[in-house]
Design a binder for this molecule. Structure first.
Ligand SMILES: Nc1ncnc2c1ncn2[C@@H]1O[C@H](COP(=O)(O)OP(=O)(O)O)[C@@H](O)[C@H]1O
Ligand SMILES: [Mg+2]
Length: 274
């Protein structure tokens, strides 16, 4: 036996263009099983494009990727059985109750006892009390939790969360963060994309920064912070935040330039939203 664990996800030289737009230009990274890996990038950086390639919805132009040991191009069916994908827009049916949504998915997946599966997930996601209510009455955080719960039916070992908290209020974001942490504690491998630095900082075991089509840095939060000079003593000692690291790596946004793929670092820098 080797001590090296096979990666849950391996991405090697993945490239993808849409006509003249070179979105991914050779992306490489590995994700260790049971960890949370954050793919951090500005709006338009190519995060969703990469997630769509890894979840077999889109073909790469070049490079290879394996998910749960299966090549995404050659073994798409096996990859799909090993993953779940939750997008930015929740797939919840608002007319149905939370419980009915879960039962429906469990039925679609031909599981033996859909009701028990639903009740178990409602409990795990602190939705037992709300389970009998129409999902349309749920708060944003509850709805996103239900969506993640639905994606876990069938126990996929790997879950992709594409911007799981975009559009949520702060309280709901914290609820979703707790859910994601619990998933990883239970052994699920999580690849999440985010444009929020604090989200990566809060959640991720490793953070990779996708910028201009490649991964420009990949490390633990401590490793990324170590890229900057040591903390300066001003009035109080201030550790660099991930935001400081990000801005140093991708450059300060130029407020005069319109936001395009090239300059949308401004969006991720969070200048506009604070
Ligand atoms: N199907 C497509 N056809 C043409 N351009 C696309 C398509 N999908 C994404 N793009 C472009 O590719 C770039 C990356 O998009 P995306 O992967 O959605 O970025 P992110 O998820 O990081 O915000 C954007 O400029 C987007 O407009
Ligand atoms: Mg996206």
């Amino acid at each position: 036996m080797t001590t090296e664990q096979a990666p849950a996800i391996r991405v090697q030289g993945i490239s993808k263009s849409f006509k003249d737009l070179h979105v991914l230009r050779g992306v490489d990274f590995d994700v260790t099983p049971g960890t949370i890996f954050a793919l951090l990038g500005s709006n338009g950086a190519g995060k969703t494009t990469l997630v769509r390639i890894l979840s077999t919805l889109l073909k790469a132009d070049a490079g290879t990727a394996t998910v749960h040991g299966f090549d995404v191009a050659a073994k798409a069916g096996d990859v799909r059985e090993s993953i779940s994908l939750t997008g930015q827009f929740a797939a919840v049916d608002e007319i149905l109750t939370g419980r009915e949504n879960l039962v429906l998915v469990a039925r679609l997946r031909h599981l033996p006892d859909p009701g028990a599966v639903a009740d178990d997930l409602l409990a795990r996601f602190s939705l037992t009390d709300a389970g009998g209510r129409r999902a349309g009455t749920y708060s944003g955080g509850m709805r996103r939790r239900l969506d993640i719960a639905m994606s876990l039916i069938g126990n996929p070992p790997i879950i992709f969360l594409d911007e799981p908290t975009t559009g949520l209020d702060p309280q709901a974001r914290i609820e979703v963060w707790q859910t994601v942490k619990q998933l990883a504690q239970g052994g699920t491998t999580v690849l999440l994309t985010t444009q929020y630095l604090d989200e990566a900082e809060q959640l991720a075991d490793r953070i990779a920064i996708l910028h201009k089509g490649t991964i420009i840095q990949n490390g633990t939060l401590a490793e990324l912070k170590a890229l900057l000079p040591p903390a300066k003593v001003e009035y109080v000692e201030k550790q660099p935040s991930l935001e400081d690291v990000f801005l140093t790596l991708v450059g300060e946004p130029d407020p005069a330039e319109p936001q395009t793929t090239e300059t949308s670092a401004a969006a991720a820098a969070g200048k506009e939203s604070r």
